[in-house]
Design a protein around this ligand. Structure first.
Ligand SMILES: Nc1ncnc2c1ncn2[C@@H]1O[C@H](COP(=O)(O)OP(=O)(O)OP(=O)(O)O)[C@@H](O)[C@H]1O
Ligand SMILES: [Mg+2]
Length: 252
């Protein structure tokens, strides 16, 4: 469904690239995780796929078709993005109902065709919330709205950038389960970026581990769960994540 080939991205001519020769392929209906520590280039990869940054070298294919640097409207019907901070991605002075119609407006489509109530129910929200503004919702509810908005156009692919890292741990699990259910119900394909190995091992079938702009290893999720990663950087990341996991358990 998504193929990235030899992706290199630099900010400014002559600068050292922050993403180097990245390649990965996501099967239709799969959830693929991209992990690595802060600043390694995960969001930069996702932004290139989403069309937010057209300045990249390499090829990105959707369903076998190479994408143009500047994405066209049909692309956004097929591919939608969910960000870490739903506060930042929702308009503060528009009601939820109005924002859920926005993707249709952007496509020049009639807004009457969206069943806002059904959409809200599908993400576990009470349709009565649709007349509220973003600040009148909890963080978890806001992220559910952002997910609902990404689904309005019935896309095939969701690009998820740290979709739960701004949330409290208990709410994180609820949102991850929701995303998991939606993928199965709708046959969606996910490319998920996270610094959290626990999130990726909950959600994904396959994972690429990135260090300083490069993918050092790609494994099936079972390999990660068994701790059988080979690259020294992957092993370090896994050890750090386990220590942090123990810390979290101790606090609970
Ligand atoms: N618009 C930009 N202009 C210049 N440098 C940028 C820009 N966006 C990102 N960078 C740099 O590119 C590198 C990778 O950033 P990126 O946001 O992709 O990291 P990340 O892996 O998503 O990190 P995090 O886990 O903290 O979100 C960083 O060094 C960052 O400072
Ligand atoms: Mg990021």
């Amino acid at each position: 469904m998504i193929e990235i080939d030899d992706l290199t991205i630099r900010f400014g001519a002559g600068q050292r690239p922050v993403v180097r020769h990245v390649g990965l392929a996501v099967e239709k209906g799969a959830a693929f995780g991209l992990v690595g520590e802060s600043g390694c280039g995960k969001s930069t990869v996702l932004r290139a796929v989403s069309g937010l940054n057209p300045h990249y070298e390499g090829t990105i294919r959707l369903n076998g078709e190479p994408l143009h640097r500047h994405r066209d409207r049909p692309f956004f019907r097929r591919v939608q993005m969910v960000f870490q901070d739903p506060y930042g991605s929702l308009h503060p002075r528009k009601t939820i109902r109005s924002q859920l119609k926005e993707p249709l407006r952007n496509q020049g489509l009639a807004t009457g065709s969206v069943d806002v109530d059904a959409l809200l129910r599908s993400v576990g929200l009470d349709p009565a919330l649709s007349f509220r503004f973003p600040h009148q919702l909890s963080g978890g509810q806001r992220q559910r709205v952002a997910i609902a908005r990404a689904l309005v156009l019935n896309p095939e692919v969701l690009l998820l950038d740290e979709p739960t890292s701004a949330l409290d741990v208990s709410v994180q699990a609820e949102i991850l389960n929701l995303l998991d259910d939606l993928r199965k119900e709708r046959g969606l394909t996910y490319l998920l970026v996270s610094h959290d190995l626990a999130v990726v091992s909950h959600m994904c079938d396959r994972v690429a581990i990135m260090e300083a702009g490069e993918i050092v290893e790609q494994v099936e999720i079972e390999t990660l769960r068994k701790g059988a990663v080979e690259h020294p950087y992957s092993q370090r990341l896994l050890r750090a994540s386990r220590m942090y996991g123990k810390g979290r358990e101790a606090l609970a």
